[in-house]
Design a protein around this ligand. Structure first.
Ligand SMILES: NC(=O)c1ccc[n+]([C@@H]2O[C@H](COP(=O)([O-])OP(=O)(O)OC[C@H]3O[C@@H](n4cnc5c(N)ncnc54)[C@H](OP(=O)(O)O)[C@@H]3O)[C@@H](O)[C@H]2O)c1
Length: 247
């Protein structure tokens, strides 16, 4: 990683945190403390449960009109310096991660891919027209170690694993395109570590407490990783501790 990169405390411009779940909200709080030069914009499907946000835009990443609205909202104002997509879906009403093939459902595959794979790259497409060509910016999206094909020694969770792996391929491909068109861009896929949020809640019992991060701690790790990434590292898949994860 490049030690000549400016620290977060010197970043200027707009920071867009997409998704206001456990890690998204913690990232907003951490950015407010560590990057005072950034104007923060949050998105969520419903208004987030906090006052004091500088800006909030409603967004459902599975809805094209919603993505177009976000693009319009960001067309005015300072240039984007940072986008962090924290939207993700592991379980919900009528959706549970599969333990075996017999539990796989077409509807679950489609829902997981819509949010975890198509959402991030369509977000990038919606924002492309408002990205700066002459100044550095980061486009980061939360992936998951279980999306690594090379690291898959456990099996299970077909839909989520496959959708995260598809996200990784889509954003790796994006990084290669943007390397030519936005030479100062850095696209990254980040694994936050197992973090105590609604997404991991049903599965936390089997996780040793030392390996379960608070959302605040996870956010701090993710910003540390992002601070050390520049255009030369664009297209990487990184864990919370800055280690590369195999595809
Ligand atoms: N927590 C972990 O242990 C862990 C581990 C590895 C990777 N990750 C990844 O980290 C990211 C953040 O997860 P988290 O732990 O913060 O989970 P979380 O608290 O459940 O947050 C996920 C957010 O995604 C939003 N979302 C879901 N579908 C959406 C859609 N169609 N449009 C817009 N927003 C949508 C949810 O919004 P609503 O509140 O409106 O439902 C929620 O705010 C996810 O990508 C997850 O896969 C988490």
């Amino acid at each position: 990683m490049d030690s000549l990169l400016p620290p977060l405390s010197q970043w200027q411009g707009l920071a867009l945190v997409v998704g206001s779940g456990g890690i998204g909200m913690a990232l907003l709080r951490a950015l407010a403390q560590r990057a005072p030069g950034l104007e923060l914009v949050a998105t969520s499907r419903r208004p987030p449960p906090t006052a004091g946000l500088q800006r909030w835009v409603p967004l459902d990443v599975t809805c094209d009109e919603s993505l177009e609205n976000l693009s319009r909202e960001l067309a005015q104002g300072p240039p984007l310096r940072l986008v962090i997509n924290t939207v993700g879906l592991l379980h919900g009403p009528d959706l549970q991660p599969e333990k075996r093939l017999a539990q796989l459902r077409r509807s679950a595959l489609e829902r997981s891919f819509a949010v975890n794979a198509f959402g991030p790259v369509l977000l990038a497409q919606a924002l492309e027209g408002v990205l700066p060509r002459q100044s550095p910016f980061q486009f980061a999206s939360l992936s998951a170690r279980v999306g690594s094909i090379g690291d898959n020694g456990l099996g299970g969770w077909y839909s989520y694993r496959a959708a995260k792996a598809a996200q990784n391929q889509l954003l790796r491909t994006l990084a290669l395109e943007w390397r030519r068109r936005f030479p100062q861009a850095c696209v990254s896929l980040l694994h936050p570590g197992t973090t105590a949020t609604a997404l991991s809640q049903p599965f936390q019992a089997t996780v040793p407490t030392t390996q379960l991060f608070s959302a605040g701690r996870a956010a701090g790790h993710l910003l540390d990783v992002l601070e050390g990434l520049g255009p030369e590292q664009s297209g990487g898949f990184w864990a919370w501790d800055g280690q590369r994860i195999p595809w």
